[in-house]
Write a protein that binds this ligand. Structure first.
Ligand code: CP3
Length: 338
C-alpha cells in the first residue's frame, strides 16, 4: 500500500504511473449506485456502514482507479452532531435553522467519534476490502461548510455568509472555530480507522478575494490540515475557481493542491511552488466529447503535470451525473498507461 502510485505521488515521490481517481466518482453517474440508493435518503445512506462500504467500492471495481474516496458528504458531520438538515436531490444541502447568532453557533455540539460509529466501522471494513488501494478520507473546509450553515442552502453570491464574515467578526470567529473543530475531528476519525490520505474540500473558497481568504478563512483551514498532518497522512486541499488562492491553499498546510479546470496546470505549478504536488485538472465536460478528443486533452494534463513535485490526475471538479461510466473507464486506463 505504501508503494501505491497514489501515495507515492502524494508524498512527492516518483510513482510507477500517474495515479488517477475522480472527485464524486461514486454517485449518480453509476447505475449500481442508483440501484442501492433506491428509496433511501442521501444522508441515511451515509449513516449505514454497509451502504457506505458498498458505494465506496463501486467506482474502484468499475474503473480500477488508484484510490477510493470515502462515501459521505461534507454536511454529514453536522447531521451527526444533531443539526437539522437534509440533502435535497437536485438542490444540495438544506439547513432547517440557518446560523445567525452566537447562540446559534454555541448550540452546535462538537463532534466526537461516538457521533460517527458507522464511519469508523465502514473505514475498517473498507481498508480490508481495498487491499493495496488507498482510501482517501475527506471533510468540508470551514468556509464551504459554514456557507451552507449561514445561507441555509446552496448559494451563488454567499451574501449572508460574507455579511457575517465582514460585519460580525465575533460570530464569524466562533462559527469558523466550531466548524474547523468538527471537520478536523471527522478527518481524525477516518484516519484513525485506517484512511491513508485526506482531502479538504473548500469548494466555494473561490468566492473570496485573496486578502479576505488570508484574514478570515485560511487560519481555520490551516488548523484542520495541521490536525490531519499530525497523524502522518498526506493532505490534499481543493477549491473551485481558486486560481488566485492556490499559493495560500498550499501554504495553509497541504501536501497536494487540487486545481480546477479553468486554471492551466503549468501556471498552477508555478504558483504553488516546488514543495508541493498538484491534483487535477481535466475539464469534467470533456468526457462528453469524442473519446479521442478527451484523451488528447488528458495527455496534455499528464504532460503538464510531469513538472510538478507529484501529480495526481483528476477532473477539475466532480464527475457530472450524466457522465458515461465507459468514458471514465477509458480515461482511467489511458492515464495509467501513459
Ligand atoms: O466520490 C464521491 O461520490 C465521494 C462522496 C462525496 C459526496 N459528496 C457524495 C454525494 C463527496 C466527497 C462529497 C463532497 C461534497 N458535498 C462537496 C464538495 C465536493 C464538490 O463537489 O465541490 C459539496 C459542495 C457537497 C454538498 C453537496 N452534496 C451537493 C452540492 C450535492 C449535490 C446535490 C444535487 O443533487 O445536485 C450533494 C449530494 C451528494 N453528495 C450526492 C453524492 C453522491 C448526490 C446525492 C444523490 O445521489 O441523491
Amino acid at each position: 500500500m505504501a508503494d501505491s502510485a497514489f501515495l507515492k505521488a502524494a508524498r512527492g515521490e516518483t510513482p510507477q504511473h500517474t495515479p488517477v481517481w475522480f472527485m464524486r466518482q461514486a454517485g449518480r453517474s453509476l447505475p449500481e449506485y442508483l440501484r442501492v440508493r433506491e428509496g433511501i435518503a442521501m444522508l441515511d445512506s451515509c449513516m449505514d456502514a454497509d451502504l457506505i462500504t458498498e458505494i465506496t467500492l463501486q467506482p474502484v471495481r468499475r474503473y480500477g482507479v488508484d484510490a477510493a474516496i470515502f462515501y459521505s458528504d461534507i454536511v454529514l458531520p453536522l447531521k451527526a452532531v444533531g443539526v437539522d438538515l437534509e440533502i435535497k436531490p437536485g438542490v444540495g444541502p438544506v439547513i432547517a435553522h440557518p446560523v445567525r447568532t452566537l447562540a446559534d453557533v454555541e448550540a452546535i455540539p462538537d463532534l466526537t467519534p461516538e457521533h460517527v460509529p458507522f464511519v469508523t466501522a465502514a473505514v475498517r471494513t473498507l481498508v480490508g476490502e481495498l487491499g493495496g488501494t488507498p482510501l482517501i478520507g475527506f471533510a468540508g473546509a470551514p468556509f464551504t461548510v459554514s456557507s451552507y450553515l449561514v445561507e441555509g442552502g446552496p448559494s451563488k453570491e454567499y451574501a449572508k455568509t460574507k455579511a457575517l464574515m465582514f460585519g460580525a467578526p465575533e460570530i464569524w470567529q466562533a462559527l469558523m472555530t466550531k466548524v474547523a473543530g468538527i471537520s478536523a475531528a471527522f478527518l481524525e476519525a477516518q484516519v484513525r480507522a485506517g484512511a491513508s490520505a485526506v482531502q479538504l474540500f473548500d469548494s466555494w473558497a473561490g468566492a473570496l478575494a485573496p486578502d479576505d481568504y488570508r484574514d478570515y478563512v485560511r487560519p481555520y483551514s490551516a488548523h484542520v490540515l495541521e490536525r490531519a498532518g499530525a497523524l502522518g497522512v498526506p493532505r490534499i486541499h481543493f477549491g473551485v475557481n481558486s486560481a488566485l488562492l492556490l499559493d495560500q491553499m498550499g501554504a495553509a498546510g497541504a501536501d497536494v493542491v487540487g486545481v480546477d479546470w479553468r486554471t492551466p496546470l503549468d501556471w498552477a505549478i508555478d504558483r504553488i511552488g516546488p514543495d508541493r504536488g498538484v491534483q487535477g485538472n481535466l475539464d469534467p465536460t470533456l468526457v462528453f466529447a469524442p473519446t479521442e478528443v478527451m484523451l488528447a486533452r488528458a495527455a496534455e494534463v499528464i504532460e503538464a503535470g510531469r513538472r510538478a513535485k507529484g501529480h495526481i490526475f483528476n477532473l477539475g471538479h466532480g464527475v457530472i451525473p450524466a457522465t458515461d461510466p465507459d468514458q471514465l473507464k477509458r480515461l482511467t486506463e489511458f492515464v495509467q498507461s501513459a
